[in-house]
Design a protein. Structure first.
Lengths: 113, 114
């Protein structure tokens, strides 16, 4: 199994509070991704990184920011959490972009009350 | 934004039956991947198809990429309870920066009844 961990695995927070999710990899892969998964929507890309300090927006980036100061860590921040951001968040990594396999972490279940 | 529609959204069949699920788009992809996800876990890659018309087999699973590279299908023969899961297709697209990324489909949740 690819070495990907996510923390926390579960979190309940209140509307308006900031939240940071962490993805940590031990594979030294260049690309890292943050997705959210909601019923009927499959996986939707929030942000991704193609190198340290190099990031780009995905299709549902509003309300989220990311940072990558080291190859192994990719942080997702909800500046002011809203109930619509209640979801399961997955981190993924890949050696390059595009058609190569993406390896996924175990997910973080976030509930915003 | 590219959109991949999967059908059916839910499918529940008896063990031993055959089934086909579909992944369709109005856009052309240079490759398409199929992932399976089990409850509480992240998706895991099953196969990547690259050439229009390509067929790949993985034991009882047969994957086909459409000739025009806009659609794909997954056929399972003699389904078993272990096939239960969420099946996701994903096509690769090129971002504004030239970095390729995947667009995932809406998913088919398959349940095989023993």
């Amino acid at each position: 199994d690819a070495g990907i961990t996510q923390s926390p695995r579960h979190k309940v927070t209140e509307t308006g509070t900031p939240v940071t999710l962490r993805c940590h990899q031990t594979e030294n892969h260049r690309y890292m991704y943050w997705y959210r998964q909601d019923p009927g929507h499959g996986l939707r890309l929030i942000h991704y990184s193609y190198g340290v300090k190099d990031t780009d927006k995905g299709e549902v980036s509003d309300g989220y920011s990311v940072s990558r100061s080291k190859t192994e860590d990719f942080l997702l921040t909800l500046e002011s959490a809203t109930s619509s951001q209640t979801s399961v968040y997955f981190c993924a990594i890949s050696e390059t972009g595009g058609r190569v396999e993406q390896y996924f972490g175990p997910g973080t279940r976030l509930t915003v009350t | 934004t590219q959109l991949l529609e999967q059908s059916p959204q839910f499918l529940s069949i008896q063990e031993g039956e055959n089934l086909t699920v579909y992944c369709n788009s109005s856009s052309v992809f240079s490759s398409l991947q199929w992932y399976r996800q089990e409850p509480g876990e992240g998706p895991v890659l099953l196969v990547t198809v690259v050439t229009g018309g390509e067929v790949k087999k993985l034991k009882r699973l047969t994957f086909q990429f459409g000739d025009a590279r806009k659609d794909s299908s997954l056929h399972i023969t003699a389904a078993q309870p272990g096939d239960t899961g969420l099946y996701l297709c994903a096509g690769d697209v090129r971002s504004n920066f030239g970095n390729e990324k995947l667009t995932f489909g809406t998913g088919t949740r398959l349940t095989i009844i023993p």
